[in-house]
Design a protein around this ligand. Structure first.
Ligand code: PRP
Length: 209
């Protein structure tokens, strides 16, 4: 039985660019990883086993060694603070983390900030000496200022379309976000040659772009 490299792959918007990048690096993997409902997909020619995970859980699978490596957004790494090696900036799924609000927003005392990223948001405002109440939501964050749940939100902006269609504006860009290759610390030692090969091949694709 072949010793497969276990790869935690994010479902959703990062999936396609991540698959493409691995294919460009010469790994023979199917285009349609996400099409079936299978959650563990073996790609024997690539010597890989893909674990199809929620993006926010990718670093958790890798930290605990359920996956050897993973592909995950910097947003998740900043929020989750998992004990993993960050090996490479894959330069895909580019977006930014921003403070967002209605255009007529007025500062108030102890404003409420809604977000999927409570740790990132709390740290950002704390470092600026601004006292805010952070409210954790799990999606459709843009609703919060529209219906009076929060004064501002901290969320990801990719094309800006969601903001535009909801009449919201970006008030501050906090940091740029791209996807990263991460590795479990033990796997990185035990399967170093395999993991370094993946890393080197991906790096040469990125360098050539
Ligand atoms: C993300 C993010 C924004 C949107 C930004 O949400 O939270 O809502 O995408 O993309 P845009 O600038 O291209 O419009 P996602 O689609 O992941 O869903 P969610 O609202 O459930 O978090």
């Amino acid at each position: 039985m072949q010793n497969l490299l276990k790869v935690a792959m994010p479902k959703g918007r990062i999936n396609q660019p991540a698959v493409r990048l691995l294919q460009q690096a010469g790994f023979s993997i199917p285009d349609d990883l996400e099409e079936s409902r299978k959650l563990v997909i073996v790609a024997p020619e690539a010597g890989m086993e893909f674990i199809m995970a929620k993006p926010v859980d990718v670093a958790t699978y890798v930290e605990y060694g359920a996956a050897d490596i993973g592909i995950v957004g910097k947003d998740v790494l900043m929020e989750e603070n998992r004990d993993v090696y960050e090996l490479l900036d894959l330069n895909i799924a580019k977006c930014r983390m921003s403070v967002i609000g209605l255009p007529d927003w007025q500062p108030s005392t102890n404003p409420r900030v809604a977000t999927k990223y409570p740790n990132v948001a709390s740290q950002y405002f704390r470092e600026r000496g601004q006292q805010v109440e952070v409210i954790k939501l799990n999606g459709s964050i843009e609703l919060a200022p529209l219906i009076g749940l929060a004064d501002r939100i901290v969320d990801m902006v990719e094309t800006g379309r969601t903001l535009k269609e909801n009449g919201l504006v970006e008030m501050e860009t906090m940091f740029d976000v791209t996807s990263r290759l991460i590795a479990n610390r033990v796997s990185y030692r035990m399967k170093n040659e395999r993991i370094q090969d993946v890393c080197d091949r991906l790096q040469s694709v990125i360098a050539g772009q």
